[in-house]
Design a protein around this ligand. Sequence first.
Ligand SMILES: C[S@@+](CC[C@H](N)C(=O)[O-])C[C@H]1O[C@@H](n2cnc3c(N)ncnc32)[C@H](O)[C@@H]1O
Length: 293
Amino acid sequence: MKTGANDILESLSPASLPDRAASYALDGAKSLYRLAMRRMERTQDKVQSEYDGSHWQKILSRKAWRDAKSLSDFLIFPDQSVRLRKVDGKIMRISAQQYYRYRLSALGELIARYADGASRIVELGTGYGYNLFSLLHSHPDWTLKGFDISPNGITIGREIAAHFGVSGKVTLDRIDLTDSSDPNLAAINGEVVLTYFCIEQIPYDVRNVIENIIAGKPRRVINIEPNAEFLDLKSPRDIVSLLYIRSVDYQTVLFSTLDQFEREGRIRIIARERMPFAPAINNDGFLYCWEPL
Ligand SMILES: C[S@@+](CC[C@H](N)C(=O)[O-])C[C@H]1O[C@@H](n2cnc3c(N)ncnc32)[C@H](O)[C@@H]1O
């Protein structure tokens, strides 16, 4: 762990049992309520309206990067709201600002561990490229390419890159991962590919998306996505996570599908690990790193 993350870790202690119990109960109740109401299926239209039409639209109209002194200042949101988050594998009560400061080095170290020495990373479903700008901060020698279906996400990423003078290092373009004829699938040929809570948004097309990625002939793939398959349902936190994932209709089959691809001799899985960090208690991620055969 780099000094920045270590400094933060040393100043924290794990959340108390009553604190965790109250937060899990509240979160679980919210998810049960969502499940009891008739939830809307996570179709492509719903995802487009949530991301392109809402989250990224708001970020584009605010243009917060214009007020930031530096790229890292922009990435570490000045948000003091304190809640339970996962930090270094433990549940801590921590502000968003402290969490994102820690994450800036933690993500760089995690991806470097699996990038097999590559200095180019391609993120699919990059949004506006938050992860790419974070990776550039920890690895200034890397070149980062991001693809997303959202025009607003791409516009934001390009504006941020131009504003901080890194347009030659971070580029964004459009892709639809469900479309096997998308011309930008060619951009992953021979590259190390990352997905980070992107396939979660495509629950009805997971197998097809993996097929499209394999057909693009990447060198290696790192999927960091919601974990609904390797949960310990004796653990309250895992129950909370599963209820949340089901209630918002995220994908639940990615890792078992990759295991099946491995059994079919189509890919080789290099690593499986639980994510050491998460901004909330209710969408715990899992990492698979694999190569097509
Ligand atoms: C939860 S966001 C994650 C963004 C980014 N990976 C991050 O961690 O900040 C999911 C992203 O997936 C994108 N997405 C959804 N369906 C997609 C598709 N079929 N092809 C490409 N991107 C897609 C959305 O537009 C959105 O930007």
